[in-house]
Design a protein around this ligand. Structure first.
Ligand SMILES: NC(=O)c1ccc[n+]([C@@H]2O[C@H](COP(=O)([O-])OP(=O)(O)OC[C@H]3O[C@@H](n4cnc5c(N)ncnc54)[C@H](OP(=O)(O)O)[C@@H]3O)[C@@H](O)[C@H]2O)c1
Length: 315
């Protein structure tokens, strides 16, 4: 075991941003612990991490919404390494649809994974991190934890909750100055989360322009782990949207619907209603990238689709 290698635990490590984080930690020679529900997808990323140079790789299948499973996974890490250096909460899911249209178990599933998941995680890692008075916890939220958007109520409230949790953890752990609490709020990122989402509305989602790579967000996550006061907002788009939401709420509320339709939805792809990966893993669809194509071309395709719908209605 290499002396300077850190022990890095990442939830949601089998896809998208979490996968990018463990790959980067592996490439710098850290001990990586990969947590998500689907074991096979974790094993795929684990072999890549070994090839990339990880000091060691541990696969810990668990549902972050299940407190007992998280407790077991964290105990296994502590038994193996005896310490934790960086803990990243990245597991997340999405549901599209108005509140009356999204089944209650799906709505609750989003809040359970996105908000109670990190609560379960910190419940079990904090005692050790506080005892060490060293290490970092980084919670991945979203720009949507700062604003409102149409048809994403479960995701919106879960990510506002994550932002509150970050602040609360900072307040509660002021007596441990060596313990760092970080926060990263991405905008649109090219990952499979949009196609994995539960869908109960009229269209499917897509990452809104400007789209970041999962690797870019992962770099920010690992920077924030060392410098938690560094801004977790990734991209200028986040700041513009947050400013509009806060300072011009009446303009924002009027414009967000039409803008969201053009920028953050795919009006061309077929709509298949269902719970996506909210209630159970669909690990065969997990991957580093989402591959939904150019966001700008997607916006053009949406404008054409809207124009042809209007034309059909008139004729
Ligand atoms: N992509 C974006 O545009 C974007 C923007 C802002 C914020 N974010 C946030 O970034 C984080 C990562 O998202 P992503 O885009 O990388 O998503 P992703 O590619 O769909 O990956 C989600 C990961 O979370 C795991 N997961 C889902 N539910 C889980 C549960 N209950 N317990 C344990 N693991 C679970 C998934 O594996 P299993 O299904 O096998 O468990 C998978 O490894 C999320 O918190 C998301 O909200 C993403």
């Amino acid at each position: 075991m290499s002396g300077s290698a850190r022990v890095v635990l990442v939830t949601g490590a089998s896809s998208g941003i979490g996968e990018a984080v463990v790959r980067q930690a592996a490439a710098r020679g850290d001990h990586v612990v990969l947590l998500a529900r689907g074991r096979e997808a974790l094993e795929r990323v684990a072999s890549d991490c070994e090839r990339l140079g990880a000091a060691s790789v541990l696969v810990a299948p668990a549902d972050v919404g299940d407190d007992a499973e998280v407790a077991t996974a964290v105990s296994a890490v502590i038994a193996r390494h005896g310490r934790l250096d960086v803990v990243v909460s990245c597991a997340g899911v999405v549901a599209y649809g108005r509140i009356p249209d999204v089944p209650a178990d799906v709505f609750d599933g989003v809040v359970t994974t996105n908000l109670l998941g990190p609560v379960n995680l910190v419940r079990h890692v904090l005692p050790l991190l506080r005892q060490q008075d060293a290490g970092s916890v980084v919670l991945v939220g979203s720009v949507i934890g700062h604003i409102g958007v149409p048809d994403m109520a479960a995701y919106v409230v879960s990510k506002w909750g994550v932002r509150g949790l970050v602040r609360q953890l900072r307040v509660d752990n002021r007596d441990r100055p060596g313990l760092r609490i970080g926060y990263v709020a991405p905008g649109g990122v090219d990952t499979p989360i949009y196609r994995q989402a539960a869908t109960y509305g009229d269209s499917v989602g897509r990452p809104p322009f400007p789209v970041s790579s999962p690797e870019r967000i992962a770099r920010r996550v690992l920077e924030v782990a060392d410098h938690p006061r560094r801004s977790g907002q990734v991209g200028i788009g986040n700041n513009v949207i947050r400013l509009g939401f806060t300072t011009l709420p009446w303009v924002y509320d009027r414009l967000v619907g039409p803008l969201f339709t053009v920028v953050a939805q795919d009006l061309v792809a077929p709509v298949v209603h269902g719970p996506g990966n909210v209630l159970a893993t669909r690990q065969e669809h997990n991957a580093l990238r989402g591959k939904q194509g150019s966001a700008l071309l997607g916006m053009v395709a949406n404008l054409v689709a809207l124009a042809s719908r209007r034309f059909r209605r008139r004729s």
